[in-house]
Design a protein around this ligand. Sequence first.
Ligand code: ATP
Ligand code: MG
Length: 370
Amino acid sequence: MRGQDVFLDGIKMTYPNGFTAVHETDLTINAGEFFSILGPSGCGKTTILRMISGFLDPTAGAISIGGVRMNGIGPNNRPTALIFQNLALFPLMPVWENVAFGLEARGVPKAKRRKRAEELLELVALYGQADKMPTELSGGQRQRVAVARALAVEPAVLLLDEPLSALDLKLRQHMRAELKEIQRKTSVTFIYITHDQGEALAMSDRVAVMNEGRIEQVASADDIYNRPQTAFTATFVGEQNVFTGKVTSAVGNEVAVETGQGTLYGVNRNDLAVGDEALVMVRPERIGLLNGEAGDPEKMAKLNTLSARLQRRDLEGALINLYLTAGENDIHVNMHNTGDDAPFSDEIKLAFRHRDTVIMRPGSIARDRA
Ligand SMILES: Nc1ncnc2c1ncn2[C@@H]1O[C@H](COP(=O)(O)OP(=O)(O)OP(=O)(O)O)[C@@H](O)[C@H]1O
Ligand SMILES: [Mg+2]
């Protein structure tokens, strides 16, 4: 098996009722890449996948796979296989026949189908389960049968629509590693749809964050989390403390924003200029407590500081969550439990590094977080 690249050139989908589920989108997915599309319910993820697989014709634009234009080519004649959001195995067929189902339609003789099914079952770590019925398998095993079945037709591109959503958390986490391993072994291009950020960040070479029919950012998991480019990406993936203000200086790499909590500094990745409205964001785990001791002045110069009042302290085990307020702002701090359980004072001085402070133009803030 070998992966192929997928090229979306200005594709758009307006449903017959007039609703545009996907606005004009350009996207290149590389051959052999594990690529995820992450976004809230209803943002258009399944619509994009159905256009790539050929079950839905785009209203505008073109799709190419492996350099071949797919317009007018039906799903059965595309080098793709789709694993649906609500997968169903055939309940009355043993596992191996489920896997080999697509091969029968292609006229492959029975002995060869059986052999191929066994190879694929080995690939998905289900060796020796060929003669079981689907009801005799666990949820995770059934999911792996679905993956084997999709791979049986040797697709160059495997499209997976929230394939783990029916599984419980522990199994989902286990299956992440399994899917990643299957992808590595086959080097098939995986396009993986999910609204679970942990899944997308853990498995993918690159992630596209989608909101209301538009792709907001395409980047590596690290860039999506640490260097988000839009307010939506910043707030949909992980959690942020958000301050609003106006840019008062933008010199070189650094930008300063006057907020209700004083001037906060960050790296100017989004080309902000003096006078611009801005959002200043910092993640709960990037905020520390300042103990009042005089720190290294060099280091101190690179810290944003603010005073906050402690409202609640929740012990979560390895982590402690502090919920504070500073003026109008609610602030969440998430820190390691170091075993020092001395009570916190009511007034706490917080600090976070300039480099951990993300500053950008105002934009839609994610409500329905992943
Ligand atoms: N056949 C259709 N006709 C009209 N609107 C549709 C149709 N199918 C989907 N939509 C709308 O298009 C939008 C995108 O739907 P889509 O199924 O692509 O979302 P999704 O991102 O996959 O969501 P989920 O995570 O809930 O599966 C939604 O607002 C949905 O209501
Ligand atoms: Mg969907």
